[in-house]
Design a protein around this ligand. Structure first.
Ligand code: HEC
Length: 318
């Protein structure tokens, strides 16, 4: 349906003459570095939800001078989505019509704030809904009309039957989802065939192990590095007893290991979520303590008598 009127769009609408005027109003043209291939940045598309799609499109087309790549008409008339080119390489800006104001952002456990339940759900899953259902009720809800949405959710909840998929369900996916989930983007599920769709209908078992390994790697190295630097600075502070000072330096390293380790263990035994939270708390406390004490002693502290005497003794020795 969508591709029927897609394709070449009236680029004559794109007002080239506004470009020089825009430059005069908005100052110098964008830095060439942004377009240079030397910048190691890449993205496939950015989607923006618009309350007033036509106005939104006019802004990007007329003020910023972006060219329309493709239009996705909707049954009720007008466009459901408009794609605008943002330079070479095929990257585009997808303006999506949002028919309703966004609902309150759903919380993992239904209650605002971080809780033990949230951590359990994040790592071991809610055990209730599938990724597909979560996406359809959340960020993907504007991609299709409510009755089609409910049809997909019911189908997924009833076990994602293959026959129903072939006769009926596939059509909805092809019509509503393939503009983005066609397998072209490695970060999005390919919803073009039964196996791809089926994977998203499996029960939510929390963050998968591959993602956890990737995130653990970043956290372990990044945070250890930060605590190493902070500990280095703090090692010059005057804190007694010495065992306490040493403990404050060492604790965050133990805490990060327990915290990250518990992400995995929460999958096996939920109460490990409490250790993840405790680990985070310990890290925050040590970090704040080391930072505050170091700053205070650097700027306001007087040399403690014990240190002054040590200095005198050293000078005497020389
Ligand atoms: C305009 C592009 C676009 C369309 C159309 C679209 N999606 Fe998505 N989808 C995304 C993006 C971008 C994400 C990842 C960002 C996010 O989670 O908010 C995503 C995430 C998802 C996810 C979770 C991550 C994954 O890939 O498994 C599911 C499931 C999903 N979409 C299903 C659907 C379904 C079903 C449809 C059709 C009814 C659909 N999407 C239509 C862009 C789109």
């Amino acid at each position: 349906m969508a591709s029927a009127s897609a394709g070449s769009t009236p680029t004559a609408l794109d007002p080239a003459p506004t470009r020089p005027a825009r430059r005069r109003h908005l100052g110098p043209p964008p830095a060439p570095a942004l377009r240079s291939s030397a910048v190691p940045l890449a993205f496939h598309h950015v989607a923006v939800q618009c309350a007033d799609l036509d106005r939104c499109e006019r802004f990007y087309r007329e003020v910023l001078g972006l060219a329309v790549l493709r239009r996705w008409p909707r049954d009720a008339g007008g466009d459901r989505s408009v794609w605008l080119s943002v330079g070479e390489g095929g990257a585009f800006l997808a303006l999506e019509r949002a028919d309703e104001a966004p609902g309150p952002r759903p919380w993992r456990d239904g209650k605002p704030g971080l809780s033990y339940e949230d951590v359990v759900i994040a790592y071991s899953g809610s055990g209730k809904s599938s990724r597909l259902e979560a996406a359809l009720r959340g960020p993907m809800s504007s991609m299709l009309p409510p009755e089609e949405l409910n049809k997909l959710v019911t189908w997924a909840q009833k076990g994602a039957d293959r026959e129903a998929y072939d006769t009926d369900i596939k059509r909805t996916f092809d019509q509503r989802c393939m503009s983005c989930h066609d397998g072209g983007n490695p970060h999005l599920s390919n919803l073009g065939n039964y196996d791809g769709v089926k994977k998203t209908t499996e029960q939510d078992t929390g963050t998968d192990v591959f993602t956890l390994v990737r995130v653990s790697h970043i956290h372990m190295f990044g945070m250890s590095f930060i605590f190493f630097l902070m500990g280095q600075i703090f090692s010059h502070a005057y804190i007694r007893p010495v065992w306490f000072k040493s403990l404050v330096v060492v604790l965050p390293f133990i805490a990060i290991s327990l915290d990250v380790g518990s992400w995995y263990f929460t999958k096996l035994y939920k109460p490990f979520a409490a250790i993840t939270m405790l680990g985070g708390g310990v890290m925050a406390l040590s970090f704040t303590f080391m930072g505050a004490v170091s700053m205070y002693q650097l700027w306001f502290g007087k040399t403690p008598p014990a240190v002054a005497q040590r200095g005198a003794a050293l000078r005497g020795d020389l």
